[in-house]
Design a protein around this ligand. Structure first.
Ligand code: NAP
Length: 309
């Protein structure tokens, strides 16, 4: 089978850090083009200033990876799918739940594959954690996602807009893991969103969930953490505590066994996308975005001091 000719749309931080190496490392793909409205193009790869321009050109593409901020994702995906182009969505898959549902229906009707990717689910400790937790009784869980926004999101004004998710931009990664590994569905009971007085999106959030068996799940998100960063999930079970650290890369089981693996997230995502295209299927799981939407629906707002970069 000839490789899937893919274009990267949005040549920003994640495209350069992760998508380019993952595409280069997977024989199922060849990088056919990039779309970057203002960025510096890559040498030797045709670059277009918009997706419309690319799709009207004589550079053929079978697939696109949309690596833009979420606010523009729907228009780009709808355009790609309307041309029968397979579409990989960076997380979060859209700015609203309804637009993602529309895209999912559009993909089904068009026959093109739509992949709503959740990169953290491909972190090395996640699959073994899910397997270990299956069938266990969950007593409680704690999610601690604390990082320094100045280090990880420098100059990203879009992230502070009302639909930029704020601290839920990383927090949704934790929720993508939790919704994948916990054996029962869970839902929001209460939340407090802490919003800088000069911004539209939260810099911190405190959330309480419960699973369908009544097990409490607490989530602590904060973008003001300097020094060591925390991306931990701890699950208390009838067989002891499981800990996933470093965003899912390191799994510690109750017997103390520690597993550290190499970074497998984006190679895993592209292997999955290639399989979906081959099988003519889509994969659109909105569970993490639904929980975030519920936090905005139910959460109390409290103002905090202005955030200046
Ligand atoms: P970023 O550095 O701000 O890059 C976004 C890029 O999108 C920019 O290069 C921008 O191009 C481009 N863009 C904006 N509108 C466009 C349009 N209509 N058509 C084509 N390109 C457009 O953001 P990022 O950190 O890479 O994040 C992008 C997405 O990846 C977000 O949804 C984020 O949650 C997700 N993500 C990020 C990370 C991370 O570590 N940063 C990790 C995992 C996932 P111009 O500059 O040319 O306007």
């Amino acid at each position: 089978m000839s490789p899937i000719r893919i274009a990267i749309v949005g040549l920003g931080k994640i495209a350069r850090d992760q998508h380019l190496p993952a595409i280069a490392g997977n024989d199922a793909f060849t990088l056919a083009a990039t779309v970057s409205p203002r960025g510096t193009p890559l040498e030797g790869v045709p670059n277009f200033r918009s997706l419309e321009e690319l799709l009207q050109s004589d550079t053929p593409v079978d697939a696109v990876a949309l690596c833009t901020p979420p606010q523009v994702r729907y228009d780009l995906a709808a355009l790609a799918l309307s041309k029968g182009v397979h579409t990989f969505l960076e997380k979060p898959p859209g700015a609203t739940l309804a637009e993602v549902a529309v895209l999912s229906d559009q993909a089904d009707a068009s026959g093109a594959s739509l992949f709503a990717s959740w990169h953290s689910r491909y972190a090395a400790g996640v699959a073994p954690a899910k397997a270990w937790l299956a069938g266990r009784k969950i007593k409680s869980a704690k999610i601690i996602w604390r990082e320094d926004v100045r280090v990880w999101h420098p100059g990203q004004d879009w992230i502070w807009e009302s639909d930029g998710l704020g601290v839920f931009d990383p927090g949704i990664n934790a929720l993508s893991i939790a919704t994948h590994i916990l054996p029962r569905p869970f839902f929001l009971k209460g939340a407090t969103l802490t919003i800088p007085e000069n911004r539209q999106a939260p810099i911190a959030a405190d959330l309480s969930f419960t699973d369908t068996n009544g097990a409490p799940i607490h989530m602590d998100l904060d973008w003001r953490q300097t020094g060591p960063q925390s991306w931990d999930i701890i699950v208390e079970t009838d067989a002891g505590a499981l800990k996933l650290a470093k965003g899912g890369a390191v799994l510690t089981l109750p017997d103390g066994s520690d597993e550290v693996h190499k970074d497998e997230e984006y190679p895993g995502l592209y292997a999955r996308f290639a399989q979906l295209v081959k099988d003519g299927r889509s994969d659109v799981d909105i569970a993490p975005l639904r929980l975030v939407a519920d936090a905005f629906l139910r959460g109390k707002r409290e103002a905090t001091e202005a955030f200046v970069e």
